[in-house]
Design a protein around this ligand. Structure first.
Ligand SMILES: *Cc1c(COP(=O)(O)O)cnc(C)c1O
Length: 493
């Protein structure tokens, strides 16, 4: 393919993409395929001679689309949103074309410098305290784009582990790394995302899940209790993850309470706000971030709810030396002449891999083409649609709302047994008209309705609810006929 064919095919591809996104509502949101469906549809080896572009595009519809879950369908209400917008797609195209690998400043100065400024822009949108920003952080603060919240948590944990080890060894020379490692303990709520526990496993440290309260919130008293117990047993607490907007039910750990405890105990406080973080650009939701001033690191995913396509997980730290001190490797082939000017950020020291894409371009396109006002409007619309769904559920006495609706997630269930709700979810997902996933809140099986698509409107929410109600009516009828427990009945079948 030469440049002139690329021009032609590029235009065709843009048309295909625009058609796809414009028409995604008409596609079945969740596919019918069985595991292994794809292999028989394509040859078992790569073609010896080139295929044509037309052949490939035909196969996109024949092979790929039947196995796609359409995350951007306005009938998709599962998990959390994953961001998509036209400006982000265009920015990503340009990033692909430039195709630089921005591991150091010199490897492509614009890649590093735009990222630094975009993280300051975004930090200011969130009103992050000055120490987190490059511009105002006295040379120590700053932000970086990670691939995912999971990576950000792991980075924070590894940096905290290294900082704690260095401090202990400074106080007691001769103390070995191994002797420290076997005593370090990380803490997070029993509602934290699985990636947090995974970070502790990868980091090789002990961890404790702190029991959350009746609002699924981690409180300082519960944390303090665990700290006292562990310190009395000779262990060394070093790291706390607070979640703002938990994955199950979008609850918020009590940051203003937890922060002072971490401060007093000299623990690294990391905040995981993967989903909810985007909402903090709205003044009316910013209070949910209060207490961030106590944190050492803060992370959220613009690739979830801020219209910047995957991957884009933004992380800020107050002391970049904590990260750089943990991971710095400087082989000769990565050195460049501006090495010690002190003005340079080499992002390879801030992340696990060496290579990194020019991801700040899509942020720049999105921030400029929406403006802060456009981004706020997107968040507000989703929150308002969640409240609309909440009020529909509330009006049907067969159902209950399970937790407070703060942002774009509604947790609800039929009054009655877990089996009844499992059966309802099975019917919803088997019908393939909308897509939902469940969660467990303590011993309850709960349905999650997350406002996801950029294009979702009130009409989609209304029709999703009418569909759920109809399936519930049929299900309850069937259960009555075969003598199962009535809804609201205590009996578990
Ligand atoms: C989605 C989510 C994650 C995981 O995000 P990735 O970017 O996929 O790693 C972590 N924490 C919370 C609270 C989440 O909602």
């Amino acid at each position: 393919m030469d440049a002139s064919e690329f021009r032609r095919r590029g235009r065709e591809m843009v048309d295909y993409i625009a058609d796809y996104l414009e028409g995604v509502e008409g596609r079945q949101v969740f596919p019918d395929v069985q595991p292994g469906y794809l292999r028989p549809l394509i040859p078992s080896c790569a073609p010896q001679e080139p295929d044509t572009f037309e052949d490939i595009m035909k196969d996109v519809e024949r092979v790929i689309m039947p196995g796609v879950t359409h995350w951007h369908s306005p009938h998709f209400f599962a998990y959390f949103p994953t961001a998509s917008s036209f400006p982000a797609l265009l920015g990503d195209m340009l990033s692909g074309a430039i195709g630089c690998i921005g591991f150091s400043w010199a490897a492509s100065p614009a890649c590093t410098e735009l990222e630094t400024v975009m993280l300051d822009w975004l930090g200011k949108m969130l009103r992050l305290p000055a120490p987190f920003l490059t511009e105002s952080g006295g040379g120590e603060g700053g932000g970086v784009i990670q691939g995912s919240a999971s990576e950000a948590t792991l980075m924070a944990l590894l940096a905290a582990r290294s900082r704690a080890t260095r401090r202990l060894q400074a106080a007691r020379p001769g103390l070995t790394d191994a002797a420290v490692l076997e005593k370090l303990v990380a803490y997070f709520s029993d509602q934290a995302h699985s990636s947090v526990e995974r970070a502790a496993l990868i980091g090789g440290v002990k961890f404790k899940a702190i029991p959350s309260d009746d609002k699924f919130t981690m409180r300082a008293s519960a944390l303090q209790e665990a700290l006292e117990r562990d310190k009395a047993a000779g262990l060394i607490p070093f790291f706390v993850v607070a979640t703002l907007g938990t994955t199950s039910c979008c609850s918020f750990d009590r940051l203003p309470e937890l922060g002072p405890v971490c401060d007093k105990e000299d623990l690294w406080l990391h905040i995981d706000a993967a989903y909810a973080g985007s909402a903090f650009i709205c003044p009316e939701f910013r209070h949910l971030l209060n207490g961030v001033e106590f944190a050492d690191s803060f992370n959220f995913n613009p690739h979830k709810w801020l219209l910047v396509n995957f991957d884009c997980s933004t992380m800020w730290v107050k002391r970049r030396s904590d990260l750089i001190g943990t991971f710095k490797m400087d082989p000769v082939y990565l050195k460049h002449t501006h090495q010690d000017s002190g003005l340079i950020t080499d992002y390879r020291h801030w992340q696990l891999p060496l290579g990194r894409r020019f991801r700040s371009l899509k942020m720049w396109f999105v921030f400029r083409m929406y403006g802060v006002a456009g981004l706020q409007a997107h968040i507000r619309k989703h929150v308002q649609l969640a409240h609309e769904f909440e009020s529909l559920v509330t009006q049907d006495p067969r159902f209950e709302i399970c937790t407070e609706v703060t942002l774009g997630l509604v947790c609800f269930r039929l009054k009655g047994s877990n089996q009844l709700n499992e059966a309802l979810l099975e019917r919803i997902n088997a019908a393939r008209k909308i897509h939902l996933v469940p969660c467990h809140l303590r011993d309850k099986f709960v349905l999650r309705f997350a406002i996801c698509s950029r294009t979702v409107e009130s009409a989609h929410v209304q029709s999703a609810w009418a569909h759920i109600q109809a399936l519930a009516t049929a299900l309850l009828g069937a259960w009555r006929e075969c003598g199962s427990a009535p809804p609201g009945g205590a009996a578990e079948i």
